[in-house]
Design a protein around this ligand. Structure first.
Ligand code: GUN
Ligand code: FE
Length: 450
C-alpha cells in the first residue's frame, strides 16, 4: 500500500464548475510528503476500509468532528498589505483624495522596517485566520520592506505572491512617496524579483515575485515598458489596477486615447500570469483582450462599493471567458475575509440586475442577467483564483495542493440533524466568521488553529 504523509477523513465542499458544488461526503484525503492531494477515496471505493484501518490509529490521521467540514483555502487576488494599518478609515471620500490624504502617507512609513514587520506579520496572520491560504499582495515602493513581506509569508506558511510597487511618475505621486527615478524603480524591481526567486527555493508552499506598476497614472511610459520587459525576462506574475473608477478611467483615456486594457497590453503587461484589480469599466473589446491574453480580473466587490462608482458586470465578463477571482482589496475594502467579499459579490450583482432607482419602472431599473449565485462567488474565491494564477490550488481534488480550511458549524444555526448538505454549505458561506474557522492548512502543513 502507498504510504501517505497524512490522511484526513471527513466531508468536503469544492467547486465542480462555476455554478455546481461538489460534495465529497465522508471521503478520505491522502496527502503526500510534498503537501499534494495524491488520492481521494470515496466510501464506496474498495480500498476505503483498508486505508482507514491502516491509518485510523496513527498520529498522521485526522478525522473531522461532527459538524466540521473542509473547504478549499481561499485565494485573495488583491491585497494591499501596508493598508491593513488603515483598514476601515476614510471610505467616504473619493479614490483620488483617499490615495493622497490617507494611503500614500501610511505607505510611505514602510521605509521603517520595524513598523513594516509589525503590520505585515499581523496582516498575514489575519488573512490565514480568515481562511486565505494564497494572497496576491501589493507591498510598497520600498524594496527591503517588500522583501520582508515575502519572508513573513514564507515563515508563516502562506503562499504569498508579492510585488514591490512601482510609482515613478513625478506628476502623479508626492515627492515623499515615489521611486527616486525610473531607472531606480526598474533596478529595484529586478533586484526584488531575483531575491524572491531565491527565497522561493527554500519555501515549501511557494512565494513568487510580482511585477507591480501601481496603476497607469502612477507610472511613466518608460517604467511601464521596462516592467513589461522585466516580466517577460523573468516570466513573472504581473498585477495592477485597471479601469477602476470614473476618474482613473478618464485619466487613461486622456493620456493614451484608449482604455486601460489596450494601454497595458501595449507595454506587454497583459499575459496569462497577469491579474488586474477592479476592471469595472471594461468594454467588450477590453474583455475579449483579457480572454485572449489569459489576463484575469480580480473582483473586489466591497472596495468597488466605495470607490468604483459602479457595479462591475461580473456575470457578463465571465460569460465572455474572462478568468475571475475575488479580492479583498484591503483597505479599499475594509474586510480581510473572502467570505465577506463573496457575500458582497452576490449582493452587488443582485442590485445590478434589479437596479436601484425606484423612480424608474421595474423593467427599466436594472441590467438583466447580472446576478451571480453564492456557488459562483465561492468558485471565484477558490478555483477561479487558482485558475487566474495557473496554480494547482482552490480545489479539493487529486493533484491539487492540500490548502484547506476546516469550518466548525457547531455555532451556526443548524437545528435539524438531517439538514441537506447543500443548505449547510450556504449557511457556511453566509455565516462563517473567523471563530468558526478551526484550522487552516497550506501545502499539507497546519498554519492556523483555534
Ligand atoms: N488605485 C491605485 N492605487 C490604489 C489603491 O491603493 N487602492 C485602490 N482601490 N485603487 C487604487
Ligand atoms: Fe487596490
Amino acid at each position: 500500500m502507498t504510504t501517505y504523509a497524512q490522511v484526513f477523513q471527513g466531508t468536503a465542499f469544492t467547486s465542480k464548475s462555476p455554478r455546481e458544488l461538489q460534495i465529497l461526503k465522508d471521503y478520505l484525503f491522502c496527502i503526500n510528503v510534498d503537501g499534494m492531494i495524491e488520492k481521494i477515496i470515496s466510501p464506496e471505493n474498495k480500498d476505503y476500509q483498508s486505508i482507514l484501518n491502516a491509518y485510523k490509529d496513527a498520529d498522521n490521521f485526522h478525522r473531522l468532528a461532527e459538524g466540521q467540514y473542509f473547504l478549499p483555502g481561499f485565494v485573495d487576488l488583491h491585497v494591499h498589505a501596508p493598508q491593513w494599518a488603515q483598514s476601515g478609515t476614510a471610505l467616504d471620500i473619493p479614490l483620488y483624495d483617499w490615495l493622497n490624504t490617507y494611503t500614500f502617507p501610511i505607505e510611505s512609513k514602510f521605509s521603517d522596517l520595524a513598523f513594516a514587520k509589525k503590520v505585515y506579520q499581523d496582516v498575514v496572520s489575519t488573512l490565514l485566520a480568515n481562511g486565505t491560504t494564497t494572497a496576491l499582495y501589493f507591498a510598497t515602493v520600498h524594496k527591503e520592506a517588500s522583501y520582508l513581506l515575502a519572508e513573513i509569508c514564507a515563515k508563516k506558511g502562506q503562499r504569498g505572491l508579492v510585488g514591490k510597487v512601482v510609482m515613478d511618475n513625478p506628476d502623479q505621486n508626492p515627492e515623499y512617496y515615489r521611486d527616486a527615478d525610473t531607472q531606480t524603480a526598474l533596478a529595484d524591481t529586478e533586484e526584488f524579483i531575483l531575491a524572491v526567486k531565491e527565497l522561493a527555493k527554500s519555501t515549501k508552499q511557494g512565494v513568487y515575485p510580482v511585477v507591480t506598476p501601481r496603476f497607469i497614472p502612477s507610472c511613466t511610459d518608460e517604467a511601464l515598458k521596462g516592467l513589461g520587459d522585466l516580466a517577460a525576462k523573468y516570466d513573472t506574475y504581473i498585477q495592477s489596477h485597471c479601469s477602476e473608477s470614473d476618474w482613473e478611467h478618464s485619466y487613461v483615456q486622456d493620456r493614451f486615447h484608449k482604455n486601460d486594457a489596450f494601454a497595458l497590453h501595449d507595454f506587454g503587461l497583459l499575459k496569462d500570469k497577469s491579474v488586474m484589480a477592479h476592471c469595472n469599466f471594461l468594454n467588450d473589446d477590453d474583455a475579449d483582450l483579457f480572454a485572449e491574453t489569459g489576463t484575469a480580473v480580480s473582483h473586489c466587490p466591497i472596495s468597488n462599493a466605495y470607490f468604483a462608482n459602479s457595479v462591475i458586470p461580473i456575470a457578463h465578463l465571465h460569460s465572455k471567458g474572462v478568468e475571475i477571482g475575488l479580492g479583498s482589496d484591503i483597505s479599499g475594502g475594509f474586510s480581510p475575509s473572502l467570505f465577506d467579499n463573496a457575500r458582497q459579490a452576490v449582493i452587488s450583482s443582485r442590485m445590478l440586475e434589479d437596479g436601484v432607482n425606484t423612480a424608474l419602472p421595474a423593467e427599466k431599473r436594472g441590467v438583466p442577467n447580472s446576478r451571480i449565485t453564492i456557488n459562483e462567488a465561492f468558485y471565484f474565491a477558490t478555483a477561479g483564483g487558482g485558475e487566474s494564477l495557473s496554480l494547482p490550488i482552490g480545489c479539493i481534488a487529486e493533484d491539487y495542493s492540500w490548502d484547506v480550511q476546516i469550518i466548525d458549524t457547531a455555532q451556526l444555526p443548524i437545528y435539524d440533524a438531517n439538514e441537506e448538505l447543500h443548505d449547510i454549505f450556504q449557511k457556511i458561506m453566509y455565516l462563517t466568521r473567523p471563530e468558526n474557522i478551526r484550522e487552516v492548512w497550506v501545502q499539507g502543513d497546519k498554519v492556523h488553529s483555534r
